[in-house]
Design a protein around this ligand. Structure first.
Ligand code: PEP
Length: 249
């Protein structure tokens, strides 16, 4: 299987010009990266601008969030149908930064369900805020999966990917990433829980790692960690780092 390499630009960059430069760098790097499916998740306002023009077959656009309704009275909301119409094919759901703003498991499930029904591939983010010696954090991940997976349309489960992102390893405040061995344990745990919840398809669920991925640890997460792909925040905003990561994958 090709590795899935996902860039989460978050609320960056500020201008269309910078967004275009980052996108063009991904486009250049994608051309030489036959073993990689690249997904760029810019702020939604940039999607339509970036989608125009030529694009290699392994380069896709995704969105960082969507409403749980297809249309209607939701001021500021952007529906999965709209995102699809302006070029998104993937959607991040349940990112820890959205959960920190108050998004609960029920809302995450509703967003994932609708997005799959409306033709988007869903990258469901799960992860604990802190890790404890006794393994209590596993209950957090189990609960996040149990709240969402059984609610998804069975026929669309092939369009689901899980991203394991321990919150303590994400963003500028993180002191470290997970280890490849630590991630591999989580991947096996996630697949086991998923197979209990949704059957056979859960045993083969692609599981990505996210949290302080950079040029130095990318190879280890893919080899020793057996990650099916990576979700990259900060390092995807530097053309130099991002290009190097694509080459390494
Ligand atoms: C993220 O927020 O999804 C993420 C992985 O961020 P970073 O790579 O900056 O830790």
């Amino acid at each position: 299987m090709k590795k899935l390499l996902v860039a989460n630009w978050k609320m960056n960059p500020i201008t269309v010009l910078e967004a275009r430069q980052l996108w063009l760098a991904s486009r250049r790097a994608a051309k030489g990266a036959r073993n990689v499916q690249l997904v760029i998740c810019p702020p939604a306002v940039f999607l339509q601008i970036l989608v125009s023009g030529e694009r290699p077959a392994n380069l896709w656009l995704g969105a960082q969030d969507a409403a749980a309704a297809a249309s209607g009275a939701e001021t500021g909301g952007i529906s999965p149908s709209m995102l699809r119409d302006v070029g998104a094919r993937y959607l991040l759901v349940g990112h820890s930064e959205r959960r920190a703003l108050g998004e609960d498991d029920a809302l995450v499930a509703a967003k994932a369900r609708l997005a799959l029904r409306l033709g988007l591939r869903v990258i469901l983010c799960v992860g604990e805020t802190k890790r404890d010696e006794r393994g209590e954090y596993l209950k957090v991940i189990q609960a996040q999966l149990a709240a969402v997976l059984p609610k998804l349309p069975r026929a669309m489960l092939g369009h689901l990917v899980v991203a394991y992102e321990p919150v303590w390893a994400i963003g500028a405040q993180a002191t470290e990433s997970d280890t490849p061995a630590g991630f591999l344990e989580q991947k096996l745990f996630i697949r086991r829980v998923a197979s209990q919840l949704i059957g056979r398809v859960g045993r083969h669920l692609p599981v990505l790692y996210g949290g302080s991925v950079d040029e130095l640890n990318v190879a280890d997460f893919l080899t020793a960690g057996e990650a099916d792909g990576l979700l990259v925040g900060r390092a995807s905003l530097s053309i130099k780092s991002w290009t190097k990561i694509i080459q390494l994958v």
